[in-house]
Design a protein around this ligand. Structure first.
Ligand code: HGY
Ligand code: MN
Ligand code: MN
Ligand code: MN
Length: 418
């Protein structure tokens, strides 16, 4: 990332060393742990250097204000946390781009007529507490505060306790009507997490929709025992049963065209080499084009895994942990983003279609805070081409020129909205 050091994306270069994961590769930046705390401090310093006033809300989201906070503010941002072993762009690109767009507006002498905030959401990936977009769900009331407080991380620390250690009052976690009322609209620039733009040969696109998606925990229960003293016949080994269940997950997804189902995280209890496990937790991530398709997929998976684990004398319980229905972005903002990308007047007053025909609008299978906010406020997203087509992996990438095209569009749109 050294080529970024002095350019528009200097912010990405500044954080390139933070949260590197030497074991997994890429970055592991998890809520309120070392790297995340460093990134938060970096953001405060960067935003203040840009002349913004930084606040932390009751749920740990960071707001950097240009002008008096709210109401009806133009808000743009993303997140700084990552999946385990993630890439450099998923999240930080949107934060750095937002700061850069604001810095450019300021440098040009532009005076906004309404407030603007750069917003960094907490725990977007759910890598520490298991629920994706936790900061935006808490803010909008999309998750029950008591349930959220009781979430535990891998060390058994509750969200309430982690929040307390981070300097927040755990009693105040949850729906934040005042903060939400300040958001007039929300814009999120993000690296693309698939091959849509590569295939189109285009640097940037607007997002049209997000697939319905959710997370479920499959708990497979068997009989723990001694690895050497227990004959093979008659074992009730939940690891073997979970292996069959995971194959069943794949087969069901393949039976549902367009659907995606993944088991990317497993926990074997108690987890000893010479121990037949007593249970296995397998987390299912399932997504499809409509809410009904996704529900049907998960119902079919539930039946298939129940049958699969009986071969090994085990049982399985399926628990829903989070759910986001299909998201459609605000048509007016999508049109304005397209116009900003087409180089025509953002409000269409030049009598053209604002260049809309030139600018692709892509659906995505990835979840985003903009998708959570879309249920409460007008929201839209901009995607920047990822030449590898790979994300949630160290191979995720974006060319500087494509990132600059994204920032140009964001700056143009902000100018038209402010
Ligand atoms: O998991 C997701 O879809 C997102 O990247 N947080
Ligand atoms: Mn992600
Ligand atoms: Mn992201
Ligand atoms: Mn022994």
């Amino acid at each position: 990332m050294s080529e970024l050091a002095h350019g528009t994306l200097a912010g990405l270069a500044e954080i390139a060393g933070t949260g590197r994961d030497s074991r997994r590769g890429g970055y592991s930046r998890h809520l309120w742990q070392g790297a995340d705390l460093e990134l938060r401090a970096w953001f405060v310093e960067r935003a203040e250097r840009t002349g913004l006033l930084v606040e932390t809300d009751r749920n740990g989201n960071l707001w950097a204000w240009w002008g008096e906070p709210g109401p009806d503010a133009v808000v743009t941002g993303s997140h700084l946390d990552s999946v385990p072993g993630g890439g450099a762009y998923d999240g930080p690109l949107g934060v750095v781009s937002a700061l850069e767009a604001v810095a450019r507006l300021k440098a040009s002498g532009f005076t906004p007529s309404r407030p603007l905030a750069v917003l960094v959401f907490a725990e977007e990936e759910g890598s520490r507490f298991g629920i994706a977009c936790l900061g935006s769900r808490l803010l909008t009331g999309g998750i029950d505060a008591d349930r959220a407080r009781a979430l535990v991380d891998a060390d058994g620390i509750t969200l309430a306790e982690a929040a307390r250690r981070a300097g927040l009052d755990p009693a105040h976690l949850g729906a934040d009507r005042d903060a939400l009322a300040r958001i007039g609209l929300f814009l999120e620039l993000h690296v693309e997490q698939g091959r849509g733009l590569v295939d189109l040969g285009r640097p940037v696109a607007v997002a049209s929709s997000i697939l319905a998606h959710g997370r479920w925990r499959l708990t497979v229960t068997g009989q723990g025992n001694h690895a050497g003293a227990t004959p093979m016949p008659g074992r009730r080994d939940p690891v073997v049963a979970a292996a069959r269940a995971i194959v069943a997950v794949q087969d069901e997804a393949l039976n549902h065209p367009g659907a995606r189902a993944t088991v990317g995280r497993l926990e074997v209890v108690p987890g000893g080499t010479n121990v037949i496990a007593s249970s296995v937790h397998a987390w299912l991530d399932a997504r499809a084009h409509t809410d009904a398709d996704t529900r049907a997929l998960v119902t079919a998976i539930g039946a298939a895994v129940s049958e699969a684990v009986t071969v090994n004398g085990c049982s399985v319980a399926v628990t829903e942990e989070s759910w986001t229905g299909t998201v459609t972005f605000d048509p007016d903002l999508v049109g304005r983003f397209r116009a900003a990308l087409g180089g025509a007047a953002a409000d269409g007053t030049d009598g053209t279609d604002g260049g809309a025909a030139l600018v692709p609008a892509l659906p995505t299978g990835a979840g985003h805070d903009a998708g959570v906010l879309a249920a409460s406020v007008p929201s839209a997203m901009l995607f920047v081409r990822n030449p590898t087509g790979v994300s949630h992996s160290p191979e995720e990438f974006a060319e500087v020129a494509d990132c600059v095209a994204g920032i140009d569009a964001l700056e143009t749109l902000l100018r038209s909205l402010l």
